[in-house]
Design a protein around this ligand. Structure first.
Ligand code: PEP
Ligand code: MG
Length: 535
């Protein structure tokens, strides 16, 4: 059969080849949804039983018993009744219903205030993830395959990333959170491939090219070989990043730039540290709670954060408060207007609970707390008051604001006066300034002069107040934007874990003086190629 190329938009770099694993789109009918949910639970139970059997063969009885309990839970009639109700009455797709039902079960276990049962809550969640993935059509054979789907959320990407070599979506947006998580974990991703993608058959060998934004059906042997080579080159680049971790991120003329990582899982933190990250510049806490049925309590926050923060002892850990809303809306907030701090201030007990949870989990780190989607100084003052109550006389951590709305950028000086650091979110800022739709837009981080002017004004405000300014949006790891951000005087760049080594390498290859000149031209709307070529 002749090779056929489908064109989409590059969302996460890299090339992957292998058999397609086609995810079930939202089930066409409730009956099918129920059948998928039943199949998901049954398959998960059978897999767990198989794992337990192997553990027993190895003489590991205690572990086998724990795994066996997971299989029993999967067959719990009460769990099934709840899943059935969510599919039948609430019209939830199978995978969503499974995740919601297990989240409820996990929350009930945690509410019993028994540490042993609280540990079981995580086992239930793990069972839910396994069952939801199976219900959505992801089989274990998908390991080392390429995921093909209509659309996918950030939580699924985080869950599936370790198992897949690439992701291809019919819809999606480059700055949507699913794409951000894919980039962060180094999984190639192409989006916007259109309905033709859904003709790809399960098991069909395809190539997903996240550099060129293409998916190739019936690839020629030459194409497959090239894809394999590209995969090996990426591995070599990673090895280089690991080897260079000890080299400082300082420009050729001596300006030091702190390179931090964006992370939401222990795996990302470990990868970032291995590549030389000086800490975490953005921990997106909301990604941990996208299936929640209610605002998380302090203990849930602490339990989720502990394993992420543990490897960061002695280093900067910037924990962002829940940024719910948009494509990060959990079931209990469906239909709510507003985003980020606005929603938190409407739920003051939830805000204080998160602050208490963070403080409890952050014992060993250099903690910074970051407020999302700020639009006014009064919001950060309200958060500081809540933080003071949560700290209850203990040392207050640094407090900073995301500058990701035009209102915040315009108020940067006023905000800088009452904060300890600023963090520029170029993803939302770009979309809001240029009026783009973040979940659908095929445009990546844009170096539009209107956005750059707001970035420049924010950095100046931080400098005038004597506080550090980081950039944590995707522009921080964009080869054209990075030199301009360095030239504008950004103190810190926080980038996807898989990009840390590369960005540190770029910084070493830059001249601060040349970056300053390039930034000046870019602010005037002149071409910026010279800076882009330098990296
Ligand atoms: C941003 O908007 O640039 C940002 C980093 O926040 P998020 O991508 O999580 O919205
Ligand atoms: Mg944002």
């Amino acid at each position: 059969m002749r090779e056929r190329v489908l064109r989409g938009v590059a969302a996460a770099p890299g090339v992957g080849e292998g058999p397609a694993c086609v995810l079930d789109a939202a089930p066409a009918s409730r009956r099918r949804g129920l059948a998928s949910a039943r199949d998901g639970l049954e398959t998960a139970a059978a897999e767990l039983e198989e794992i337990a059997r192997r553990l027993l063969e190895q003489g590991r009885r205690p572990e086998a018993e724990i795994v066996e309990t997971g299989a029993l839970m999967a067959r719990d009639p009460a769990l099934w009744a709840r899943v059935e109700a969510l599919v039948r009455s609430a019209g939830r797709p199978a995978a969503g219903a499974l995740r919601e039902a297990v989240e409820e079960m996990a929350a009930q276990l945690e509410a019993l205030d028994d540490p042993l049962l609280a540990e079981r809550a995580d086992d239930v969640r793990s069972l839910g993830r396994r069952a939801a993935a199976r219900a959505a059509g992801v089989r274990r054979e998908a390991a080392s395959g390429l995921l093909v789907a209509e659309s996918i959320g950030p939580a699924e990407v985080a869950e599936l990333a370790p198992e897949v070599k690439g992701i291809a979506l019919a819809g999606g947006g480059v700055t949507a959170h699913a794409a951000i998580v894919a980039r962060s974990l180094g999984v190639p991703m192409v989006i916007g491939l259109g309905p033709a993608l859904l003709e790809v058959a399960a098991g069909e060998v395809i190539v997903v090219d996240g550099d060129w934004g293409e998916l190739v059906r019936h690839p020629t042997p030459e194409r497959l070989a090239a894809a394999r080579e590209a995969g090996e080159r990426r591995l070599a680049a990673r090895r280089r990043a690991l080897a260079g971790r000890g080299e400082p991120a300082v420009t050729s003329d001596g300006r030091a730039v702190r390179v931090l990582a964006n992370a939401a899982s222990p795996a990302e933190v470990l990868e970032a540290l291995a590549q030389g990250a000086e800490g975490v510049g953005l921990l997106r806490t909301e990604l941990l709670f996208l299936d929640s049925r209610s605002w998380p309590d302090a203990r849930q926050h602490a339990r989720f954060l502990e394993p992420i923060l543990a490897p960061l002892a002695g280093r900067t850990a910037t924990v962002r408060l829940l940024d719910f809303g948009g494509d990060k809306t959990p079931p209990f907030l469906r239909g709510a207007a507003g985003r980020g701090v606005e929603l938190l201030l409407e739920a003051p007990a939830a805000l204080e609970a998160q602050l208490r949870g963070i403080l409890a989990a952050a014992g060993g780190v250099e903690l910074r707390i970051l407020v999302p989607m700020v639009t006014a100084r009064a919001q950060v003052e309200a958060v500081r008051a809540s933080l003071r109550r949560a700290a209850d006389g203990a040392r207050m951590p640094a407090l900073g604001a995301m500058i990701e709305t035009p209102a915040a950028a315009r108020a940067a000086a006023e905000l800088a006066a009452v904060l300890d650091f600023l963090s520029i979110g170029t993803n939302d800022l770009t979309q809001l300034v240029l009026g783009l739709d973040r979940e659908r837009s095929s445009l990546g981080p844009v170096l539009h002069p209107a956005v750059l002017r707001l970035v420049a004004a924010t950095i100046r405000a931080g400098q005038a107040a004597g506080i550090p300014v980081e950039v944590c949006g995707e522009a921080a790891s964009d080869p054209t934007a990075t030199p301009l951000l360095v030239g504008l005087g950004a103190d810190e760049l926080s980038v996807g874990a898989a990009r840390v080594g590369e960005v540190r390498e770029w910084v070493r290859a830059l001249s601060y003086e040349e970056c300053r000149a390039a930034a000046k031209s870019a602010l005037l709307g002149q071409p910026v190629d010279a800076a882009g070529e330098r990296v």
